[in-house]
Structure formats: structure tokens, C-alpha cells
Design a protein around this ligand. Structure first.
Ligand code: SF4
Length: 62
């Protein structure tokens, strides 16, 4: 699984980092960014939960 954050949609609510800090971090402006190239199997549900809870629908998991 891969996760991506669309920087044009992200508004910096930080929910991704709150839900799955192993996969997401925040940049200096508080915008989400992905810190792993491949989401490990054990973190897929958390990454998917983060995507589902992003208010801006900025996260894609595939
Ligand atoms: S939850 Fe969505 S809008 Fe908020 S920081 Fe993460 S990617 Fe950006």
C-alpha cells in the first residue's frame, strides 16, 4: 500500500498525524506529509482510517 497527500487540498488539520503518526508527519506549516515509501501491512488499517478521517479528502491510499 502507498499513501499520498495532495498538498493542494491539505488544510493542516493534523488528523492524519493524530491517527497514524507512523505513516504521516506534519511540515513546518502543519500540513500532512507521508514519511514512508510503502505502508507496512500492520499499518494499513491506520493509514486507511487517516484517509477516511481527513476533512479535505487530501489523502489517497492505494
Ligand atoms: S488530515 Fe488531511 S487536511 Fe489534515 S493535515 Fe492530514 S492530510 Fe492535511
Amino acid at each position: 500500500m502507498k499513501a499520498t497527500v495532495d498538498p493542494d487540498r491539505c488544510q493542516g488539520h493534523a488528523r492524519c498525524w493524530d491517527i497514524s503518526p507512523e505513516v504521516f508527519d506534519l511540515d513546518e506549516q502543519g500540513h500532512g506529509r507521508v514519511i514512508v515509501t510503502e505502508v507496512p501491512a500492520g499499518l494499513r488499517k491506520k493509514a486507511a482510517d487517516a484517509a477516511a478521517n481527513c476533512p479535505e479528502r487530501a489523502i489517497t491510499v492505494s
